[in-house]
Design a binder for this molecule. Structure first.
Ligand code: GDP
Ligand code: ZN
Length: 308
């Protein structure tokens, strides 16, 4: 029977089926046939479709997960400790990179790393700028405008006052949407505002098996009675860019890539080369310096990977 992973902890998954049935499931034999042949620490994520062998007993429904169906897309982050990709959510219609105007501080570079990871996994992405009830610095407004000029949708909201939430809701009706961002940017508050009473739900596997000793790094899906599905992801501190060829990084910064064709050398890393049109554009203020810095820093990390 085909079902969808809603949440999981300690290798026990909450799987839901058509018609609203659900069952606690385990992976058969602990090793899952990896349909996409992706090397991953945890083979399943919220949103994954799985084939399940269901057993019914008096105390409920239990299942064995036999295989995972191929994914439409996936949003994954690199797990530094395990040195492998970890899928945060699969089969998404949209991923929201959530950032706050302040407290925690506005961190556009983090968002740009999320944009890269989303593109790598084939996931459509938008930015949510939350806490717009707080004062926004000019440089932050400028950074937001650059994204918009590049065609990246940005939704400005305040989960506190409700501003922008109706528009957000219109964007996700009938869809599966995930929210990803630093702790404290307001993800839970947004989810609560979109699905009132969601915190009262205690029927998920996570709340049953997570006795507080393990910090779960598995997200969960929450259904709205209004016909959309939200994926709550665990808060993260960092996101690394991995598996991008050095010369391809600039493609994720379209305004840098645009100037690259005028560089004297090809390829050009835009770090030191004479006749570099990108460096010149940064100096002339045609490329935002903070964006360029982000490019340099990620390039540096990717180069370090190569040396190892
Ligand atoms: P999460 O870690 O991303 O889930 O963040 P939370 O939803 O727990 O929110 C962190 C803090 O920010 C809480 O104290 C919220 O009340 C506050 N917060 C959330 N949204 C807003 C907002 O739009 N404006 C303001 N001023 N505070 C907010
Ligand atoms: Zn150059």
């Amino acid at each position: 029977m085909k079902g969808i992973i809603y949440s999981g902890i300690n290798n026990i998954y909450d799987v839901r089926f058509d018609g609203g049935q659900s069952a606690e499931c385990r992976i058969k034999g602990k090793i899952l046939k990896d349909n996409d042949s992706i090397k991953e620490y945890n083979p399943l994520a919220p949103g994954d479709y799985v084939e399940v062998d269901l057993t019914e007993s008096e105390s409920g429904k239990y299942g064995l997960i036999l295989s995972r169906y191929p994914r439409k897309n996936r949003f994954a982050r690199w797990n530094r400790k395990r040195e492998s990709w970890q899928t945060v959510a699969a089969n998404l219609d949209i991923l929201f990179a959530v950032i706050s105007v302040s407290s925690p501080p506005f961190r556009p570079r983090f968002v740009e790393r999320v944009l890269i990871a989303a593109a790598q996994g084939g996931v459509p992405v938008s930015v949510i700028v939350n806490k717009i009830d707080q004062k926004m610095d000019d440089w932050a407004a400028e950074r937001i405008k650059i994204w918009q000029d590049l065609g990246i949708p940005v939704l400005k909201v305040s989960a506190l006052t409700g501003e922008g939430l109706e528009k957000l809701k219109k964007n996700i009706l009938g869809k599966t949407a995930a929210f990803f961002g630093h702790s404290g940017v307001g993800k839970s508050t947004i989810l609560n505002a979109l699905i009132p009473g969601v915190n009262l739900k205690t029927d998920s596997v996570s709340s049953k098996y997570n006795r507080g000793r393990h910090v779960t790094n598995f997200g969960r899906i929450i259904d709205s009675p209004e016909g959309f599905r939200l994926v709550d992801t665990p808060g993260v501190r960092e996101i690394l860019v991995k598996d991008v060829e050095l010369e391809n990084l600039q493609r994720f910064f379209p305004e840098i890539y645009k100037f690259a064709e005028s560089c004297r050398f090809n390829p050009c890393s835009h770090t030191h080369e004479p006749g570099c049109a990108v460096i010149q554009a940064v100096e002339n203020g045609k490329i935002n310096y903070d964006r360029y810095e982000n490019y340099l820093r990620i390039l540096d990390e990717l180069e370090e990977d190569k040396r190892w």
